[in-house]
Design a protein around this ligand. Structure first.
Ligand code: ADP
Ligand code: MG
Length: 235
């Protein structure tokens, strides 16, 4: 029964709590949140600053461990995995996009995109082909040899999306991916993430304040003070 339910969702957070210890005080960042991430959908996690969005994303992505509760990826409760197992899970199944792009400054666009493939020890010819395909897909073939400082913010974020997609992950996690971009650029980034879902069947989880992302998402979860305040489907 339980296993059957897990298969329908790509991911599931079940009664998650996360309490940080700060000096003598306990900070209850999440207070028992249950939510499903459906496959090949864009899910937005919204809420005010400090509501627990990043904490939730870090737990889903296996970057942090819950104080209690379970995190399911397909039929596996990942909070029981060891650190090396979690690392492998992230490398094989997850991609990441950050507000500040997170590109390596000394590597050019193509080299940055190739990093996840190097970590998987992919052979050079296959790696180069995949990188070229990813660059083409985000429309940056002509910027392949440019370093991050030679690219606009929007272009850097497109490189980051190519890097997140290049290893064909099941899930892409994006924490405020449009937070540092102007409106026109923002639309392009949202559109690329949307296309990742539609054309590549990737599951996208976005933490955001951006009203445009909230409209584009298939499903929206709203957190307040570490609890689930509201959930709605847009389509
Ligand atoms: P959001 O991403 O919605 O802004 P966070 O998940 O980053 O919220 O934070 C939720 C709450 O947990 C906040 O009160 C924040 O100050 C606290 N918090 C986050 N990370 C830590 C940490 N490493 N140590 C202590 N408190 C933390
Ligand atoms: Mg945050």
């Amino acid at each position: 029964m339980i296993v059957h339910e897990q298969i329908k969702a790509m991911m599931r957070a079940e009664n998650l709590t996360r309490t940080y210890k700060r000096e003598q005080v306990d900070v209850h960042a999440l207070k028992g949140v249950t939510l499903d991430i459906a496959p090949a959908e864009m899910t937005a996690i919204i809420g005010r600053s400090g509501s627990g969005k990043t904490t939730m994303m870090n737990l889903l992505a296996g970057l942090d461990r819950p104080t209690s509760g379970e995190v399911w990826f397909k039929d596996q409760a990942i909070n029981h995995l060891s650190e090396p197992e979690l690392l492998r899970l992230r490398q094989e199944h997850f991609g990441f996009v950050f507000q500040t792009f997170g590109l390596l400054p000394l590597l050019n666009a193509a080299e940055n995109i190739g990093v996840p493939l190097r970590m998987r020890r992919m052979a050079r010819t296959e790696r180069e082909q995949r990188v070229m395909d990813a660059l083409d897909w985000v429309g940056l073939t002509k910027r392949a040899k440019h370093r991050p400082y030679e690219l606009s913010g929007g272009e850097q974020q497109r490189v980051a999306i190519a890097r997140a997609l290049v290893a064909q992950p099941d899930v892409i996690f994006a924490d405020e991916p449009t937070g540092q971009l102007d409106t026109a650029t923002r639309d392009k980034i949202i559109n690329l993430l949307r296309r990742s879902v539609i054309e590549r069947k990737v599951t996208v989880v976005i933490v955001t304040h951006d009203p445009q992302v909230m409209r584009e998402a298939d499903r929206v979860y709203e957190l307040r003070d570490g609890a689930l305040l509201d959930q709605r489907r847009n389509r």
